[in-house]
Design a binder for this molecule. Structure first.
Ligand SMILES: [Zn+2]
Length: 68
């Protein structure tokens, strides 16, 4: 079971792992998020969400460092 964002939340800003950003996600963004979920099916509910958010945060920091 997973509580990660479902396609029903389309049109709602979501933490995007692909871009390391908080925005309304496109198809590529969702594909990346779903890929992450499939790679981490061993994590459950809040644990999976925390791990996902950590991953997005890391990506955000990556972007900051790279854009400097
Ligand atoms: Zn995105």
């Amino acid at each position: 079971m997973t509580t990660a964002p479902a396609p029903t939340t389309l049109g709602t800003p979501t933490m995007c792992l692909l871009h390391g950003d908080y925005h309304v996600m496109g198809q590529d963004c969702w594909a990346t998020t779903l890929d992450w979920q499939f790679a981490h099916t061993d994590l459950e509910g809040p644990e999976a969400r925390d791990a996902y958010l950590c991953e997005v945060e890391r990506k955000m920091l990556d972007n900051l460092v790279r854009n400097r």
